[in-house]
Write a protein that binds this ligand. Sequence first.
Ligand SMILES: [Ca+2]
Ligand SMILES: [Ca+2]
Ligand SMILES: [Ca+2]
Length: 365
Amino acid sequence: MKPLSISFVILLIFGISILFMPKLVFAESLSSKLKGKILLQVESKGEAWYVSPVDGKRYSMGRPNDSFNLMKKLGIGISNSNLNKIQIADENLIGQDSDGDGLSDMAEDSIGTNKNNKDSDGDGYIDKDEILNGYNPNGAGKVTVDINFTKNNAGKIFLQTEKNGEAWYINPNNNKRYFLGRPNDTFNLMRKLGLGITNNDLNKITESANTTCDNYQCLITAASVCQPILVTISYTDIPFPLNPDMSASGQTKYEIKKASGLNDCILIFSSPIAVLSVSDEGRQAALNNGMTDNQINDQLQTMNNSLKSVSDVKTTCQSNASIISEYLTDAKNGNTKVEGKVNSAGQTTTYTTSSGQKLACTVTN
Ligand SMILES: [Ca+2]
Ligand SMILES: [Ca+2]
Ligand SMILES: [Ca+2]
């Protein structure tokens, strides 16, 4: 057969890319159109999603506490002077209200008005009326709303770094900021502001790994259906095999991702980040042997530095969800078996699960 000419190959690649382009462009425009919005999965049980304006990915809102934590996690720090450029919405301002001006104590702490005085600046207009009508509740005149600043930040969640990290959501539909006071307020607000979306359209937006899980059980549950998730599992006081007076604490990060094809699920885990410590008895024994406290600390430091240098090596395993979840169950029970030997470069390790399934894992960095 005659070899294909380079120009023909380029033409072919170009032709193929044209074929796929409309779909890709559409998916991207849908995601960018929905940036910063809350979506409700109407064909399902009404699950709520937030499309981050930062990365364009969708984040599951979960239950009230999950959604509140998610907002805090995705929130971006902002100064009070910048936050004040955005009009406040009449939402989530109720709650315990010591002075009865219609603004909760929590909201007043955040906004900076006096929670024990209906009319903080004594001009005859109560705090809430001033705020909702664009007047400064703490002094004369109006508050200058900066609509360009607001639009540039539409859909974001801001955290007040100069206060106590209170969260505000900038609603792209009306360019107002919504106070995310208590976990239930956040959840109810998100449901109220949410737009219905079909499963088909929702699937065009990349799902972000969920990060609200921190134990093997929820990792295994997610893995069993290949639900994307990021999990950090911490451990403490694990005996150190080389020295009974020492113990290790630290964490391991796991990630589950979807892939296409037969082996359609990916597990990525990083080598544990471990920190060694010495027991009081161990320290006393070393002191009795003539070591000084400084020498003990230096030795610990040296050991921890060398541990640090091997941490964060990532291993990637691609298989089906049931094998991955079985492997994780074995790992949880301290029951993982390595099959045969690792390959010559030490890059691939094959594990055998308790039911005899094989899982090949590759070092990826
Ligand atoms: Ca009040
Ligand atoms: Ca007040
Ligand atoms: Ca006033």
